[in-house]
Design a protein around this ligand. Sequence first.
Ligand code: PEP
Ligand code: CO
Length: 450
Amino acid sequence: MAVTPEQPWTPASWRTRPVAQHPDWPEAPLRAVVDELASIPPLVFAGEARTLTESLALASEGKAFVLQAGDCAEAFGAFSANGIRDKLKIILQMSVVLTYGAGVPTVKIGRIAGQFAKPRSSNTEVRDGVELPSFRGDMVNDIAFDAESRAPDPTRLLRGYHQSASTLNLLRALTKGGYADLAQAHAWNQDFVTASPEGRRYESLAAEIERALRFMTACGIDLNAEFQLHQVDCYTSHEALLLDYEEALTRQDSITGDWYDCSAHLLWIGDRTRQLDGAHVEFLAGVENPVGVKLGPTTEPDEVLALCKRLNPDARAGKLMLISRMGKDRVSELLPPLIDAVRESGHPVVWACDPMHGNTFTHSSGVKTRRFDDVMSELRGFFTACNNAGVWPGGVHVELTGENVTECLGGTDEVLGDHLEQRYETMCDPRLNARQSLDLAFQTAELLRR
Ligand code: PEP
Ligand code: CO
């Protein structure tokens, strides 16, 4: 279809642009689902997205650090209260480590409550001579390799919406209802973590926090009155990939008249869908939510500047997060020109690092994995690039789970190649387990302190 940049933005204007990474939806069933989605309540509220923008503005000024973390892909079949609670636990633990270590607030954003759709490098998958559509995440089709399972099914969008609503409901209860109280910092440590070196390090940090809280009470400070100690904000995010879904959940804010994509607080554009004239950039250029963009090795400085102008024309701090994912070997070569270009333009952004997606490889056993050391190596490269350019390393974006899985190699309690199959449960990319995640948080806090 023709590219018509002069047309005004609407929630549907992405339809005039080339759309990458969409499944071949059956038209009539898709329309019925989208009509239903458009009539049911939003998942998040405009005011919450605005508060997140304010927090991200602090991260763009060096006064906060962003932790964006969660599954590569959430799964319909792995949906439980314990799973959600354990993911929140590890995010809370990492936040405490980062905040205590670095002395700045941690902005917590889950890859959660909507992260169901995946971009793929190939439209089809071939097994034993049989070619079927690729699996694109539970919100599109089923991972089983047969024609019926792989056919895109729009009713999965509705199921994704409802699972997101339940997930968000539990997250709100846990973060506001006492579970996230700083006095509970000990209780977030899981049994299988406590005995590990990272777990013990965390225990002693939690003990220091308890002592500090007791000290403040002894000084006569009424801690009950300090609500920040008793609850946290944990925001939701996902890749805005399926634009029919995102459009249906885009609503006009009754207070400001602005458009918000109410499927999550923050939406990001993947490395495969960040074309300037493409549908995904067009869609996210018009919503007021904070937006992330993944920047992979093919990104040019001019493209980044154009993305900044397009996605944040008024250059508002906190609106845009640029997420570098170059791979450990290339970050120090490829990232500095991008940082320099943005710094010289004066555009306010949060610079974050996804040290996962550029470091994936297939292990000899046939599964996709990542080395913990490679992840840390890219993070160090990111910090060095930011420090050299005099910009604040504003955040980290990681794939993790609160469980004791064996999907990434290494860490202090080393996961070895022949352990990978013990608990390899991810729906898509390999995730850090709880110990590896804590280890990453401690090492990142050290990098931040420097
Ligand atoms: C992801 O975050 O799961 C992903 C696919 O990332 P990228 O777009 O950076 O490849
Ligand atoms: Co991934």
